[in-house]
Design a protein around this ligand. Structure first.
Ligand SMILES: [Zn+2]
Length: 236
């Protein structure tokens, strides 16, 4: 069965996302306060996230993270919320879905410090940061996710970084409705277009399409363990 993971980026909108996941067997969801919404939902607590995580189709915590590109003014609120989400990931055993933009050094320092305090699983979603952050994430066993950006002509450096990520730590995504891949660039992105990201990933790894698709599905199911109803409990 094909599966879709949809992300809710504000706690205040989670009931809508939940109703979609409840209506369609193949749809699962994650929720978190996106760093760009840090001011609006700065009071989000670990308990708030854990309460929603009791829903059987909630399979991840996030998006959360640091975005200094658009919203550097709220850096301290973003960091405070990021730590809340990390603790919720530890206590629920659900993987963290991390957004990071123009914040590589703070992201590396925070992930290292927090991972040392207590393990959690994680994906660096829509990865478009530098090589050092990718290596730091990989060294902690985190996953690194390709979006449509890897198909862009000007993304040679990003493709090179992805070629250094271990194959069993790679994921693919759309990040819809943004970042539609070539040859759909400029259109509204949608889940079906993930095929083009997979084609780019297969080319990068020198695999045929079916092998790469099987690899990325295996990786997805290993990280998002609650998909298919299997909940392995808190990370050790
Ligand atoms: Zn994001």
């Amino acid at each position: 069965m094909a599966r879709i993971l949809t992300i809710c980026t504000r706690l205040s909108e989670v009931s809508h996302t939940m109703s979609i996941a409840e209506a369609y067997p193949e749809v699962y969801f994650a929720v978190g306060v996106h760093p760009q919404h840090a001011m609006e939902e700065k009071n989000c607590s670990v308990e708030d996230l854990l309460a929603i995580a009791s829903h059987p189709k909630m399979v991840g915590i996030g998006e959360t993270g640091l975005d200094y590109h658009y919203t550097v003014a709220t850096a301290s609120e973003q960091m405070q919320l990021f730590l809340v989400h990390i603790e919720a990931a530890r206590r629920s055993g659900l993987p963290l879905i991390v957004h990071s933009r123009d914040a590589d050094e703070d992201m590396i320092a925070t992930l290292h410090a927090e991972y040392t305090r207590g393990h959690f699983s994680c994906v660096m979603h829509c990865y478009s940061s530098g090589e050092r952050l990718a290596q730091a994430a990989c060294s902690m066993g985190f996953y690194v996710s390709m979006s449509g950006i890897v198909t862009f002509r000007n993304a040679a450096e990003l493709r090179r970084i992805f070629s250094t990520v271990p194959a069993d730590q790679l994921l693919i995504e759309t990040d819809a409705p943004y970042l539609a891949p070539v040859p759909r660039r400029g259109k509204r992105n949608e889940p079906a277009f993930v095929r083009h990201v997979a084609e780019a990933g297969a080319e990068l790894l020198g695999l045929d399409y079916a092998s790469f698709a099987a690899l990325s599905t295996r990786n997805f199911l290993r990280l998002f363990r609650r998909v298919d109803g299997f909940d392995a409990g808190p990370a050790s």
